[in-house]
Design a protein around this ligand. Structure first.
Ligand code: AGP
Length: 646
């Protein structure tokens, strides 16, 4: 998830860009950059006075990127006509200045910024290189800049180069329309071209894009017109906001906005009423970052799954520096992780063992290296860490490598410490997670680990390609099922209200429902500060059932897996001892409903994929319990987002 911004008109384009990037930093901060279009002498047919068509500055120093950019911006030429800016959360290509946006074409007269994932960037890049383009980065975005250059060449007579930059209006928009017709995936793009002074062209598909204008701008005044990934970046400068829909192209000029479909048909963009203050805007209108991130889960899942299937129908991981032959030799898998990432690993154990028929051991990372595990070159150790900076997990991965094991990292941060120590990386693409409690990154980990399990199954010939394809189709349904459950937050709030004074919870589950119970219990502990123990339901009779008495609250994960009957027998055991029962159950499951005091309903899903859906009501339950107690859900007491100590 990155942030883009643009401005044309007015006297303070660069300031608008830098201020906007500061408000977009929560969307990513691996690098920051701006590109400005400068005025040129009245009689010139070439670029601006200094002969440089566009002025660009970039910085890639992590959280200080924007500070570094501001230092460079002091020497920027004055009086920019238009400009675009970007703050990056790396998904394609490491965090580096070379990969920082804006990206330029071969002539350095086209600049592009982008938020999203171009799924077919590899094949487009190969085509561009074959036709003589030189790419300077590892990003999908630079491909777009060169594609626009190609379309401008095709629409220009004589051929486009540095000297004949005089273009006529509409060519950049025409080029953008042609280019987005070739892109697969998600994008919010903004481009400037020295051949159309003062014009910014933007386009979107799935990724967010909003246009802002001063009151007079849309009515043809001469004031500034802006664009951004979201409203906070331009709130206070823009008075009116216009929404660009999927596969629409917007042309922004001082005082005017023109929007068309990808086929060039003019459309009248809907206006967005905004009465948020800045703090609310930074949270996308949600009351807190956790709520915003809960609702970003469908997108995080979809982005993590995007581009995983190659045209031949086989699966693709990210930076896997382990050969397929080496992976075929693997005879045992270890998963090492902490907290929610450990719970994701527990689900992965079921998936890898069932689909790939590989034995899986899973360890709490802080225990792993002290138990003298038996590892060798045929062992694959999977380190799961959204931050990629959890020291317990990094140390565990380091110990595994010292024993000769192959290491695969599953991380949400490109080039994180753990990623750098691994032989291969599978990235989740959930974007930065501000809330301390893992939600969207946890769900994205489940999806990434399912992809890994299917990749191993495919590689080992355990599953046929059509079986993998069917399971990937089931996985592709998950974002919409999660969306559906998020829409039931009000129902979950009612159940949370009924339990707002409960200080003790049992969470029960069987099979993949057990890690779901563990994650639900952890969320309740870390957010609502209640005691919450999770057990495999079959384990109750071996001791814990002694704790069940009238009024004990038991939360059971009772969706329809092949152990559903056994789960319901365990629920009958606790009910017979007076427990109050809350069940996560499938829509329409009246038998389960009859055994519960309250039900958190979820749609049915493939049993091994059900954890992606079944955990969502438990995330919401913990969230509402915490809010009902007035706790800060974004910054729970005693906790840090990343634990970089042992
Ligand atoms: C979960 O909500 C907590 N934030 C915590 O348990 C977290 O999952 C754990 O610290 C691991 O973090 P990581 O994924 O960044 O390694």
């Amino acid at each position: 998830m990155c942030g883009i911004i643009g401005a044309t008109g007015g006297e303070d384009v660069l300031d608008v860009l830098l201020d906007g990037l500061a408000r977009l930093e929560y969307r990513g901060y691996d690098s920051a950059g701006v590109a400005l279009e400068l005025p040129r002498p009245a009689n010139a047919t070439s670029g601006p006075a200094d002969g440089v068509p566009l002025w660009r500055a970039r910085a890639a120093s992590g959280t200080t990127s924007l500070d570094e950019l501001r230092k460079v911006a002091h020497v920027a030429p004055k009086g920019a006509l238009a400009g675009i800016g970007h703050t990056r959360w790396a998904t394609h290509g490491r965090p580096s200045e070379a990969n920082a946006h804006p990206h330029l074409d071969c002539t350095a007269t086209v600049a592009v910024v982008h938020n999203g994932i171009v799924e077919n960037c590899r094949e487009l890049a190969e085509e561009l290189i074959a036709s003589g383009h030189e790419l300077a980065s590892e990003t999908d975005t630079e491909v777009v800049a060169h594609l626009i250059e190609g379309e401008l060449r095709r629409s220009s007579e004589p051929a486009l180069d540095r000297t004949s930059q005089v273009g006529e209006e509409g060519r950049l928009a025409g080029a953008m329309r042609a280019v987005i017709g070739r892109l697969r995936g998600s994008f919010a793009l903004a481009a400037i071209w020295a051949g159309e002074p003062g014009t910014i062209v933007a386009a979107r598909r799935v990724s967010p894009l909003v246009i802002g204008a001063a009151d007079s701008a849309v009515a043809g005044g001469s004031s500034q017109v802006l664009l951004a990934s979201d409203i906070p970046a331009i709130l206070g400068r823009a008075r009116r906001f216009l929404l660009v829909e999927d596969d629409q192209v917007a042309e922004l000029r001082p005082g005017s906005v023109a929007v068309t479909t990808v086929d060039g048909m003019p459309v009248d963009p809907p206006e967005l009423r905004v009465d948020w203050d800045l703090d609310a805007a930074l949270k996308g209108g949600f009351e807190d970052f956790m709520s915003k991130e809960l609702h970003e889960q469908p997108r995080a899942l979809a982005d993590t799954l995007l581009g995983r299937v190659l045209p031949a129908g086989t699966l693709a991981l990210d930076e896997v520096r382990i050969s397929d032959d080496e992976l075929r030799e693997v005879d045992k898998v270890f998963v090492v992780a902490c907290g929610s990432s450990y719970h994701a690993g527990l689900v992965a154990k079921y998936a890898i063992e069932h689909w790939a028929r590989l034995p899986v051991e899973i360890d709490i990372a802080s225990e792993f290296r002290y138990r003298d595990p038996v590892l060798d070159h045929r062992t694959l150790v999977v380190g799961v860490s959204q931050s990629g900076e959890t020291l317990d997990t990094i140390q565990a991965v380091r110990a595994a490598r010292q024993c000769g094991a192959k290491v695969l990292a599953v991380s949400n941060v490109v080039d994180s410490s753990m990623a750098r120590q691994a032989d291969g990386v599978l990235y989740t693409r959930a974007g930065p997670e501000v809330g301390v409690a893992s939600t969207k990154t946890y769900l994205a980990q489940l999806a990434a680990l399912d992809i890994l399990a299917l990749y191993l199954a495919q590689l080992r010939g355990i599953l046929y390609p059509h079986e993998v394809r069917r399971l990937l189709d089931d996985l592709g349904e998950m974002p919409s099922l999660v969306e559906e459950v998020l829409g039931r937050s009000g129902d979950v709030l009612a159940v949370a209200r009924s339990q707002r004074n409960t200080r003790d919870f049992f969470f029960l589950g069987r099979h993949v429902g057990y890690p779901v119970a563990l994650e639900g219990a952890l969320k309740a502990k870390e957010l609502a500060y209640v005691r919450a123990e999770a057990y495999p339901a079959g384990e109750l009779k071996h001791g814990p059932i002694a704790l069940i008495e009238p009024g004990t609250v038991v939360v059971g994960v009772a969706t329809r897996t092949r152990l559903w009957e056994k789960m319901m027998a365990n629920i009958a055991e606790v009910r017979s001892r007076g427990a109050t029962v809350v069940l996560v159950a499938n829509d329409g499951d009246e038998e389960a409903g009859a055994m519960a005091d309250s039900v958190l309903w979820v749609p049915a899903a493939n049993p091994l994929l059900a954890p992606l859906v079944d955990v969502v009501p438990l995330q919401l339950f913990a969230y509402h319990l915490a809010r009902l107690s007035g706790y800060d859900v974004d910054r729970p007491r005693n906790l840090a987002k990343t634990v970089t100590v042992e």
